[in-house]
Design a protein around this ligand. Structure first.
Ligand code: PGA
Length: 257
């Protein structure tokens, strides 16, 4: 039985003051919801303050990226040692980083290795563009991204991490994949690729999130899918009411499963 995990990716939103206000608004409600893991991923500036606010609760904190080196002349970068002072999770390979900031399969792989070596849980994002989808290349693209991301990663490490399937055409568009489509890719491509590489026992424990326009109105349907073990939530995680609802509905889906 895989415990669902809901993560809010705040992206480049919320000043420290705004982050404090948002956490204060939703913290008690989130803490009162059990049976799912809950993670907040603020921008780096707000990470220490958010970590301080949720300290002692079961709320997790994640970074949105990291560099693979521990220290050095890498202006603007944040190392795994710095991330792990405050975070237990780290998002790696988000499509915005891949599309806008030159992230490659190779850098994604290096970051995953570094995160794991430092005891961080990577949330690794994969997803196809609308063009690839229209060309019928979704399956091969996603399988290729998963395979490239996991080069040199052991089965035990894979079992501990999270893969987020985020179709790029669904991110920030309001147009989520249907629950059936998301389930199909999570099962037949993401989990199947991990099963091919590491065997079914590893694939069976891997948690797979769906991401892309997740909101309260589509949460129950997505979370009812057997191979969707949570969500990576962007826009809706910036609103306390929406994120709490998404977490609450996900917990409800577990209890009715
Ligand atoms: P969205 O973003 O929920 O705003 O579509 C999801 C993501 O980018 O992780």
């Amino acid at each position: 039985m895989r415990k669902p995990i809901l993560a809010g990716n705040w992206k480049m939103n919320k000043t420290v003051a705004e982050a404090i206000a948002l956490v204060s608004e939703m913290k008690d409600d989130l803490v009162s919801i059990h049976s799912v893991d809950k993670v907040l991923c603020p921008a780096f500036m707000a990470v220490p303050e958010v970590a301080r606010l949720v300290n002692g609760t079961d709320l997790g904190v994640g970074a949105q990226d990291l560099h693979w080196e521990e220290s050095g002349a890498y202006t603007g970068e944040v190392s795994p040692l710095m991330v792990k002072e405050f975070c237990s999770y780290v998002i790696i390979g988000h499509s915005e980083r891949r599309e806008l900031f030159g992230e490659t399969d190779e850098s994604v792989n290096r970051k995953i290795s570094a995160a794991l070596a430092h005891g961080l849980t990577p949330i690794v994002c994969v997803g196809e563009t609308l063009e690839l989808r229209e060309q019928g290349r979704t399956e091969s693209w996603i399988a290729g991204q998963v395979e490239a991301a996991l080069q040199g990663i052991t089965a035990a490490q894979v079992a501990s991490m999270i893969i987020a399937y985020e179709p790029i055409w669904a991110i920030g568009t309001g147009l989520a994949a249907t629950a059936e489509e998301a389930q199909r890719v999570c099962r037949d491509v993401v989990r199947a690729t991990v099963a091919k590489l590491y065997g079914p026992p590893t694939a069976d424990v891997l948690r797979i999130q769906y991401g892309g326009s997740v909101k309260p109105s589509n949460t129950a349907e997505l979370m009812a899918q057997p191979d969707i073990d949570g969500a990576l939530v962007g826009g809706a995680s910036l609103e306390a009411y929406d994120f709490v609802e998404i977490v609450r509905l996900s917990a409800q889906a577990v209890s009715s499963a």
